[in-house]
Write a protein that binds this ligand. Structure first.
Ligand code: GRF
Length: 201
């Protein structure tokens, strides 16, 4: 399977995928063919370049409207003919055109146990709420914010001494291995989505 990965930050989820594929290029069942971002100058793009991958950047501020940004992101992604789009810490909500083109084939990872704590501050919100366990969720993207069908989740305990950074780092350890495992399974076995259920044969 051909994957286009989308990043916005340090790209450690991307790196985990790159390392898993490099470790077993035949067996993993997928390869990343390009990496896109919504901003320049991030480690995620450096990781892609180090892996010799094509990259593209679609910045909202370069477009007159959000819809035009969405179109540009759709076209830039479509150029690589992905079977799966993996949002690995991509911090923008994709629009109607992107969903029309790739809906049902966009996997996102979120650092909380959805439906709890959706949105851009899931770790901070869980910590503030005082939950004793949180975790991460790998799900398909639908037209909501972090609301699509859940594929897998991992649980992480919250410690009394945790601040947001410490908790997020511990979540990311689980998140990276969950994302690698899920993407490989989807690529190798295929899947179907029935309502809110994801069936991987
Ligand atoms: C991940 O925890 C992701 O779920 C969240 O931001 C983080 C991105 O980390 N949206 P990285 O860029 O993959 O290191």
């Amino acid at each position: 399977a051909r994957i286009v990965a989308l990043v916005s930050g340090s790209g450690t989820n991307l790196q985990a995928l790159l390392d898993a594929i490099a470790a077993d290029p035949e067996g993993y069942g997928a390869r990343i063919v390009a990496v896109g971002a919504d901003r320049d100058g991030i480690a995620g793009l450096e990781r892609a370049e180090r892996a010799g991958l094509p990259t593209f950047v679609c910045r909202v501020k370069d477009h007159a409207t959000r819809e035009e940004w969405d179109s540009a992101l759709t076209e830039a992604t479509a150029a690589y003919e992905p079977d799966l789009v993996v949002s690995a810490g991509f911090m923008k909500i994709v629009g109607k055109e992107f969903l029309a083109r790739f809906g049902g084939r966009i996997v996102n990872t979120h650092p909380a146990l959805l439906p709890s704590f959706p949105g851009a501050h899931g770790v901070r919100d869980a910590l503030a709420y005082g939950v004793k366990v949180t975790g991460c969720t790998v799900h398909f993207v639908d037209d909501g914010v972090d609301t699509g069908p859940i594929i897998a989740q991992g649980v992480v305990e919250v410690r009394d001494e945790d601040d947001e950074a410490a908790l997020h780092e511990r979540i990311k350890e689980v998140e990276r291995s969950l994302l690698v495992e899920v993407v490989g399974r989807l690529a190798r076995h295929g899947y179907r989505i029935e309502g809110r259920k994801v069936i991987i044969p």
